[in-house]
Design a protein around this ligand. Sequence first.
Ligand SMILES: Nc1nc2c(c(=O)[nH]1)N[C@H]1C(S)=C(S)[C@@H](COP(=O)(O)OP(=O)(O)OC[C@H]3O[C@@H](n4cnc5c(=O)[nH]c(N)nc54)[C@H](O)[C@@H]3O)O[C@H]1N2
Ligand SMILES: Nc1nc2c(c(=O)[nH]1)N[C@H]1C(S)=C(S)[C@@H](COP(=O)(O)OP(=O)(O)OC[C@H]3O[C@@H](n4cnc5c(=O)[nH]c(N)nc54)[C@H](O)[C@@H]3O)O[C@H]1N2
Ligand code: SF4
Ligand SMILES: [Mo]
Length: 749
Amino acid sequence: MTSDAATRPTTTDALPLRTVARGCPLCEAMCGLSVTLDADDRVVSVRGDEDDVYSKGFLCPKGASLGAVDDDPDRLTRPLVRRDGALVETTWDEAFAEVERLLAPILAEDRNGVAAYTGNPTGHNVAFTLLAGRLARSLGTIQNYSPATMDQLPQNVTAALLFGEPSSIPVPDLDTTELLVIVGGNPLVSNGSVGASPDYRGKLKALKARGGRLVVVDPARTATAAVADEHLQVRPGTDLFLFLGILHVLFAEDLVRPRAAQGKLSGLDELRVAVAPYPPAVAAEACGIEQEAILRLARALAAADRAAVYGRLGTTLNRHGTLTCWALQAVNILCGHLDRPGGLLFTRPVTGSPTTRKATKQARPFAVGRYRTRVSGHPEVIGEFPVAALAEEILTPGPGRVRGLVIYGGNLARSMPDSARMQRALAEVEAVVCVDPYLNETTRYADVILPPPGSLTRDHFDLVLYQFAQRNHARFSTPARPVPDGMLSEWEILLRLIAIFEGSRETPDEIDDELAAALRRSIARNLGAEPAEVTAGVSGRGPRRLLDLRIRSGPYGDLFGRRPGGLTLSRLLEFPHGIDLGPLEPRLDEVIRTPSDTVELAPPMILDALARVEVPRSEPGTLLLIGRRDLRSKNSWLHNVTPLAKGKDRSALHVSPADAQTYEVVDGDHAVLRSATGEIRVPVKVTDEVAAGVVSLGHGFGHDDPHARLRVAAQKPGVNSNTLTDGTVLDPLSGTVQMNAIPVRLTPA
Ligand SMILES: Nc1nc2c(c(=O)[nH]1)N[C@H]1C(S)=C(S)[C@@H](COP(=O)(O)OP(=O)(O)OC[C@H]3O[C@@H](n4cnc5c(=O)[nH]c(N)nc54)[C@H](O)[C@@H]3O)O[C@H]1N2
Ligand SMILES: Nc1nc2c(c(=O)[nH]1)N[C@H]1C(S)=C(S)[C@@H](COP(=O)(O)OP(=O)(O)OC[C@H]3O[C@@H](n4cnc5c(=O)[nH]c(N)nc54)[C@H](O)[C@@H]3O)O[C@H]1N2
Ligand code: SF4
Ligand SMILES: [Mo]
């Protein structure tokens, strides 16, 4: 096969068509797509790529609409700058000159005067994932924000504490497990996350077909819960107590059998003492799941040969996020499901990870708070401040105030907690620079918008997401069509920003060369080679050169000739449908990077926090608000893409029949929902999908800003649930914001 095999010419009577293989950039499932284009580079169809080694033909409605996503007529094709209050089109040179004019003076005075927010789509973008480190260094600010603190940071902190590296999050082995416990995740809608998979539904069917069981712990009867053998309707925000109860049972009934982790654990005795106050009766009272169910689950997990407990947003977005993720993982470890096929396994990604490389320094205990936020003193956690702190860092006057903001692909005005306050901050901050294809609720506050072209114009490689794949594999996709005239690739936009932040006159090519040289030096150090030995030899420049260096020095790489037959980028290019590198395999010994060289089950940070835990109490007359995702959506975007915008209002409030009666609200009518932070008028859907006492709303909607240009989304704006999330309740160990279990009051409109 040659690289041209990616392009299969097909002809119809009318027009010559060509079909190319592409990785889908829209979610973590990383499906391979088959995109057919006509002679004018218009997308004719998108199908699942039957030949793809990983997804084998699967795709979802989002992937099928990738052409419409890229060709949305509301996408910006030229940069915009603010002139006399209005955003107007300009040239790229003028746009970059404006960025410099606005940010350089602030940076000259105080590097921390400019904050950066790196949004969700950047994680699916190879330009960004390769440049993130240099971008951050070039800005040189401590004011770094990302969705991590409204997403998975508690899982990273847990991984750092238990195993010594924040990225060491094991994934459930869906293909061979026999008991899968999904806690606070809805993969039939989300396609999974940090353990995603194409065709999750097919995986669950196969689980059942081999006699396996699915247990779902979720306050809502989600699509995933609906296919479960057992659905445990936990009270929102209290999963910690479920896991503490299970741990208690494991100790009390002598069921602790760590198997692969045996002899590699420390802190077992401290853990036993720490969970002693939580016998199942106490746990049941705290989490709303019956004692018998807790006992049954604990015993089933202990007895199962192949089982995995997998948790996602329902476990992280609450005031005990890190404790919950830690207790969940402790259950997996004590039951012997860590590092075993059918349990949870660590990947071996093609470009390597911190734990595929040999350790170069003595491990130090994981610590947070190397620096703190100016206003509330929130500690830095893995280089980030809580997103919930950004608005106050802008709005609070005084030395060190954030005066400039760079946003790479993020919609702060809809995704952030307390979005009304975030919008006030966006309006007030002196300079906002956005790299974003849309004029939306956030970028409408920008002084400069730098729009990248659609994903089909770029190289695609899931540098970050291969770390959490179901199988070790790799696929490199070359652009399906060229960058349109008058636009710049995201790679070039970012290199030009780096030059501005650094105050240098370097050209993008010069920065590119420096990046490659720096990467070569670090690889040479790690391999104990001479830098001259570490030559790419293949692809010239840009993302491909950096990726080639990483692949060749990675666990399957040719090590620059030292491992003949090993992988290189040019070899990978011969396989547009991907290369399968095998199932995930046990590798705990390699993964453990803690100072004690053990899995540290009872770190002081955890024990201290656990000693201070209180069972959340709810006030009479309040309901608990949780979030909900939609299959045709991706957080706050894709709502402007016609084929994905079909159907009813997806942001409606789900209310249980019992609560509808108590609070006198009617299906199809509107109601008013109030939290300590805000109030919104919402359409009501009465459904037994939520438990009594719980209501749910989709997030990312509320496309009602007249200054945005989202003509399709504006027709069905939906409501903005983050008007209600508060941003003052954080998981103290990670700074992650409570976005579920928000106390709200419901009244008829
Ligand atoms: N209430 C509530 N709020 C939540 C959540 C929740 O569950 N409940 N979930 C949270 C989670 S998990 C996340 S990850 C965040 C996500 O929040 P954000 O990181 O803000 O991401 P999005 O809302 O998806 O906004 C993505 C932005 O990127 C732009 N974009 C799209 N493609 C590209 C591209 O190729 N390049 C660039 N530069 N930009 C692009 C879009 O136009 C849009 O402006 O939301 C969080 N907010
Ligand atoms: N279609 C689609 N797919 C997506 C996204 C999208 O917006 N749309 N977003 C992507 C992103 S950025 C992410 S991070 C992932 C997230 O992936 P998931 O975590 O699978 O996504 P959610 O659907 O938010 O699932 C969270 C579940 O937690 C439940 N829950 C809420 N509170 C609690 C609680 O206290 N305890 C428990 N046990 N459960 C609770 C909710 O009812 C919900 O079912 O999805 C990704 N995939
Ligand atoms: S499941 Fe995810 S990766 Fe697959 S087609 Fe849908 S959006 Fe794309
Ligand atoms: Mo996310």
